[in-house]
Write a protein that binds this ligand. Structure first.
Ligand SMILES: *[C@@H]1O[C@H](CO)[C@@H](O)[C@H](O)[C@H]1NC(C)=O
Ligand SMILES: *[C@@H]1O[C@H](CO)[C@@H](O)[C@H](O)[C@H]1NC(C)=O
Ligand SMILES: *[C@@H]1O[C@H](CO)[C@@H](O)[C@H](O)[C@H]1NC(C)=O
Ligand SMILES: *[C@@H]1O[C@H](CO)[C@@H](O)[C@H](O)[C@H]1NC(C)=O
Length: 170
C-alpha cells in the first residue's frame, strides 16, 4: 500500500513536470533530447535570446549566457513561433513570427504574418521542423554570436536540440 502510494506520487510528479501543456515558453538548447522538470538540469543547456545586431529587423535566435536583463518567451501556433519584442532601435513593439525553416537556414523572425510554418513540438517540448527534432545546430553567427541553424552545411557547427521549457535555466 505504502509502495503504490509512493509510485503514484512519483507518477503524479512526473506528469505535472511534463511540459506538454506549455503555451508560453522559453527556448533553450541542450545536448540531450530528454526533458527535465528544471531546465538547469539539462546537459549542456543554454538560454536563447533574439539577436539583430545590424538593425535589419530580422532577428535570429542566438545562445544567451548569464547576465541578461530579460529573455523572450514564445508561443507556437500554425507551425510558427511567435514572440513579442521591440523593433530596431527600440522603436515599436511587435509580434515577431518565425519564418519557414529550410535546410541550412538560420531560425529567423519577422514582424509580419508568416502564415503556416513547419515547426512543431514533439512530446510537447522538443522543437521540430517538418516533424523532426534532429537537425538543429549551433553555428558561428555575426559578431561572435552562436545561432540556431537547421541542417547546417557550414563548418564549426555543433549538433543540439531545441527545447521549450517553462523557466529559464539561469
Ligand atoms: C533548478 O536547479 C538549479 C540548479 O540546481 C537550482 O539552483 C534552482 O533553484 C532550481 N530551480 C527550481 C525552480 O527548482
Ligand atoms: C512573456 O513575455 C511577455 C512580453 O515580454 C511578458 O509580458 C510576459 O510576462 C512573459 N511571460 C512569462 C511567463 O515570462
Ligand atoms: C549554408 O549557409 C551558410 C551561412 O549562411 C552559407 O555561407 C553557405 O554558403 C550555405 N551552404 C549551402 C550549401 O547552401
Ligand atoms: C505575426 O503573425 C500573427 C498571426 O500568426 C499575426 O496576427 C501578427 O500580426 C503577425 N505580426 C505582425 C507584426 O504582423
Amino acid at each position: 500500500m505504502k509502495l503504490s502510494y509512493s509510485i503514484l506520487a512519483i507518477l503524479a510528479a512526473a506528469v505535472s513536470a511534463l511540459p506538454s501543456e506549455l503555451t508560453n515558453f522559453f527556448l533553450v538548447t541542450a545536448d540531450e533530447a530528454t526533458s527535465a522538470s528544471n531546465s538547469s538540469m539539462l546537459a549542456g543547456v543554454s538560454a536563447t535570446s533574439l539577436f539583430d545586431p545590424f538593425y535589419r529587423d530580422t532577428p535570429v535566435l542566438r545562445l544567451q549566457s548569464e547576465g541578461y536583463n530579460s529573455l523572450p518567451n514564445f508561443t507556437l501556433s500554425s507551425g510558427t513561433l511567435h514572440t513579442w519584442t521591440y523593433g530596431p532601435h527600440g522603436q515599436g513593439y511587435f509580434q515577431y513570427n518565425s519564418t519557414h525553416v529550410s535546410a541550412n537556414s538560420t531560425l529567423r523572425f519577422l514582424p509580419d504574418d508568416q502564415g503556416e510554418g513547419n515547426l512543431g513540438l514533439e512530446n510537447g517540448y522538443l522543437v521540430t521542423v517538418d516533424g523532426k527534432c534532429e537537425g538543429w545546430s549551433i553555428c558561428p553567427g555575426e559578431l561572435g554570436s552562436k545561432v540556431l541553424v537547421w541542417k547546417a552545411v557550414g563548418e564549426g557547427c555543433i549538433k543540439t536540440y531545441l527545447q521549450a521549457v517553462s523557466s529559464p535555466p539561469y
